[in-house]
Design a protein. Structure first.
Length: 137
């Protein structure tokens, strides 16, 4: 039973009703929650350091998820993560020390270049249980 849940949002649910049952169960059991929203800039934007738009979108995702958690009476902190999702996870795991990772991914046809191979990298790098779900647009 996780007590410290790290939630990473590459996509946010429009409402709590969109969350799968298992996700709601994880949220209900968590004693502490940290939400990270990686910036996820497009490759050209990242190469040219034009990441402001990606950071605004990450902030919107973060505020949306924190608002939904508030509706569940779940207290949570949140941060905008690094442009590189792996670095965002490394930073959050080092600081927060979660017991479980919950990852909300964009649909595969809308996923960015940073998300390719991300789950494999997380499984190789961290010895933590991971729950992944994909949100439809």
């Amino acid at each position: 039973m996780p007590s410290r849940l790290l939630i990473a949002v590459g996509a946010g649910a429009a409402s709590l009703d969109e969350l799968p049952f298992g996700v709601r169960s994880l949220l209900d059991r968590a004693e502490e929650i940290l939400v990270i929203a990686p910036a996820l800039p497009k490759r050209l934007d990242w190469l040219t350091s034009a990441t402001d738009k990606a950071h605004r979108h990450a902030d919107e995702r973060l505020r949306g998820v924190l608002g939904q958690l508030s509706e569940l009476d779940a207290e949570a902190g949140g941060v905008i993560g690094a442009d590189d999702p792996v670095v965002a996870f490394e930073d959050a795991i080092r600081e927060f020390r979660p017991d479980h990772l919950l990852i909300a991914l964009r649909p595969e046809d809308r996923a960015g270049w940073q998300e390719r191979g991300l789950l494999d990298e997380l499984l190789r790098s961290f010895s933590l249980p991971i729950t992944v779900f994909e949100l439809q647009p």
